[in-house]
Design a protein around this ligand. Structure first.
Ligand code: DGJ
Length: 744
């Protein structure tokens, strides 16, 4: 039993964490604790309340207790306008014009298993793996209800939260803000770790002290965005990778989000996470409900690394679904950086043929195969193949490719529409634009209004036809712009504030239908790289193209940032040509392979331009990746050193049973007479003995290997953890080494 209810106290116990709430005398649901595992005792006894000037007292409290104020209590879910002056979870416009929301506890319910959310992605688990706690709050004046859902995956140290808001009143209520998660801390000296970026440079780690005032990250771009990722960590002072209190929050949502933190007048801290309120206004008619997107929470006292591990497990095992969840994903080759828009069918068949010979399993035809699409100015929306360019029909081309002994995959951008397209000419009303204004162009394209059911149905049919005609076993779903000019013809003027969320719901509906209709087809998400890299998308597409930046050294920091919240099994990563097309940098082929192996692994270059020696090396890389596949995709991931510091980025995949590990090390900065780089290995058994070996790519080997390599010495797991071993020094610029450690 992970959920323990003792009168008015709700305690959730996971393997290593405790979460607690309490209903107080006045019917307010207090948040009393979330952190390292403790007993079920009432943590509110340790609270300290004082009379704070200008922090008022609810009328029901009267003169009895001037220390009781909503402005200073840790609450589970707050409302705007009734005496809590901090950032609040819900704001609504009531029939009388007021914006107040005052939550009172009404009751609870327990359920076996994990709740699901209609139309939205959610963590799933078997009846045995999860429990659900449902708590009912109500504003007794207006009849607005908040049903708080807690999904508890005890063994994974995961708690999920979502809220269903229901209007039990008689008149419309307009929701103006509705956070999925509120978390209050009574004490603490915290830092917020978030991941910011831009197109082609996503996932840069930023750690900032949570100071007095409000700090926030979010997106108003219609997509979760390259600019800020909807995953954050909150750490106590002095938390490291392996020590200290750390919380992780992942929002399962692919649209506009807002994550805010506020440290208040008495140093208490509040975190809110939900749909961004700037573009949000939802009319709730009487008896209608709105489900909010889900947030995954985890806590560890063992630092950031364990929080990442918990997130990796829950995403890999309880968010990603379907046939491809645990099935080995195909090693693919994508023609984008090999040809861009300038290709013919014959060129593609040639790439596929060469690729098949090397052991590549899937050929992906990227942008440019349809309509009048010779560059990014035209053709989006016209999803019929350009037979002149391909030299045959789509069906014939895919058959030619498949007959080379390789599977066929195809790129689409269903949400994009070019002004110069037959679809636009036929359905100008399907484009997202505000009446009497010209919509903003981005990559010279508009956005198709996915909030409309007719558009959703049209796209389901169109994509289904593409899959059937081409026998595609893989789809890359791209989206190459952010959304503005938000307006839909399908809603009346007073409901336009629903557009952004309805767009995401529409996107999810289409993706869900495709998942159901084509369970064998592997979907890879993409938003011009990492523009929609979020746990929500992963429910529908079990891998996402990580970035349009394929430079191996830049990928070190992009993939490092992503690793905090997401497992490597979801990270689309390819080996591309040198000089790299984005940065001009030249890196060894083995380095590019090592970095692409910290992802789904594939290629994106013109094989014909490679030497026989390089092709031989590629064959070897494929064999290496296949050999270590399970360890890489399902092993425990550790960040051993950061690309943002020092000279060498090191990461590790460890077998969960501690029998083997693979260490990858890339010198991002090479120095003369360098200081030895040491890797401390985690996840091994202290008292077991291990042997180290260097993965050989047939390249120049170090003249002298550090102690312990290849010479048969046995080293204990404890020594490898406490003392670590020295990574061989760099022989080339951007040298990479892979070191395999095996129990003997
Ligand atoms: C952006 C993607 O991220 C690229 O990989 C490629 O598919 C282009 N779009 C095609 O337009």
């Amino acid at each position: 039993m992970a959920i323990i209810i003792n009168k008015d106290i709700f305690t959730i116990q996971t393997k290593n964490s405790t979460y607690q709430m309490k209903v107080d005398h006045y019917g307010v649901l207090l948040h009393t604790y979330y952190g390292e595992k403790t007993d079920n005792s009432d943590k509110s006894l340790l609270y300290y309340q004082a009379d704070r000037g200008f922090s008022g007292n609810p009328y029901a409290v009267g003169k009895a207790d001037r220390t009781y104020s909503l402005d200073s209590l840790s609450q589970e879910y707050s409302g705007f306008g009734v005496g809590d002056y901090r950032i609040t979870a819900v704001r609504a416009q009531n029939a009388d014009g007021s914006q107040a929301v005052e939550w009172k506890y009404m009751g609870y319910q327990l359920e076996k298993g994990k709740y699901a959310i209609p139309g939205l992605p959610a963590v799933y688990a078997s009846q045995e793996q999860a429990e659900t706690l449902i708590i009912q709050l109500k504003d007794t004046t207006t009849g607005l209800e908040a049903t708080l859902y807690y999904g508890v995956l005890e063994q994974c140290d995961i708690i999920t939260r979502t809220v269903k808001i229901t209007n039990q009143g008689k008149t419309d209520v307009i929701l103006q803000k509705a956070a999925s998660l509120q978390l209050d801390w009574e004490y603490g000296d915290f830092s917020l770790i978030s991941f910011y970026g831009r197109h082609s440079m996503e996932m840069n780690l930023q750690k900032e002290k949570i100071h007095h005032g409000v700090q926030s990250i979010g997106s108003v771009r219609g997509i979760s965005s390259h600019q800020y990722n909807p995953f954050v960590m909150v750490c106590e002072k002095n938390t490291t990778e392996t020590m200290g209190s750390c919380y992780g929050f992942s929002f399962l949502y692919s649209g506009e989000f807002l994550i805010e933190v506020e440290k208040d007048q008495i140093d208490r801290t509040r975190l809110l996470c939900g749909i961004h309120s700037d573009n949000f206004q939802w009319t709730l008619q009487a008896q209608k409900s709105l489900w909010l997107p889900e947030v995954i929470l985890t806590h560890s006292q063992q630092g950031m690394s364990q929080v990442s591990k918990n997130m990796h497990t829950v995403i890999r095992e309880h968010v990603c679904r379907g046939v491809w969840k645990n099935k080995r994903r195909p090693i693919l080759i994508n023609n984008w950086e090999a040809t861009y828009f300038k290709f013919t069918g014959d060129m593609l068949v040639k790439i596929a043929k060469e690729a098949a010979k090397l052991g590549i399993e899937l050929f992906v035809m990227d942008d440019g195969w349809f309509g009048k699409r010779e560059d990014d100015n035209t053709g989006l929306g016209d999803w019929t193949s350009n037979e002149k360019k391909l030299g045959c029909t789509l069906k014939e081309l895919s058959q030619k490719i498949i007959s080379q002994g390789i599977q066929f995959g195809i790129w689409i951008e269903p949400e994009g529409i070019s002004e110069d397209s037959d679809l636009y000419r036929a359905h100008p009303e399907w484009v997202v634009k505000i009446p009497n204004r010209k919509p903003c162009l981005s990559r010279n394209q508009f956005v198709l209004d996915f909030s409309r059911k007719d558009v959703q149905d049209y796209m389901i049919k169109t994509i289904s036809n593409i899959i059937k005609e081409s026998s595609a076993s893989y789809i890359k779903w791209d989206f190459n712009r952010a959304i503005c000019d938000k307006f839909t013809n399908a809603l009346t003027a007073d409901r336009q504030g629903e557009f952004s969320h309805r767009y995401v719901l529409g996107l999810y509906r289409v993706l869900e239908q495709l998942n159901n209709d084509f369970p064998e087809v592997l979907l890879e998400g993409c938003g011009g790289g990492g523009g929609r890299f979020d746990a929500g998308m992963l429910y529908y597409t079990p891998q996402i193209w990580g970035s349009d930046n394929t430079d191996a050294i830049e990928r070190l920091s992009i993939q490092y940032g992503a690793s905090f919240g997401y497992p490597v099994s979801v990270m689309g990563s390819h080996i591309s040509a040198v000089p790299n097309h984005q940065t001009g940098r030249i890196t060894p082929l083995s380095t590019r392979a090592c970095i692409a192996m910290a992802g789904t692994f594939g290629y994106e270059l013109d094989i014909a331009a490679l030497t026989a020696e390089q092709k031989q090396e590629m064959k070897h890389q494929i064999a290496v990746f296949q050999k270590y596949y399970s360890l890489i995709q399902f092993g425990d991931y550790y960040r051993l050193s950061s690309p943002l510091e020092g000279t060498c980025t090191i990461w590790e995949f460890a077998d969960p049973q501690g029998k083997e590990a693979l260490i990858s090390a890339v010198y991002h900065h090479v120095q003369a007479n360098s200081v030895p780089v040491r890797a401390k290995v985690y996840g091994l058994k202290d008292d077991a003995m291990y042997q180290l070996s260097l993965q050989d790519y047939g390249e120049k080997q170090p003249e002298k290997l550090p102690y312990g390599f290849c010479s048969g010495e046995l080293i204990s797991g404890a020594a490898l953890k406490q003392v670590g071993f020295v990574i061989p020094s760099a022989v080339n610029g951007f040298q990479a080494w892979q070191i395999y450690i095996k129990e003997k």
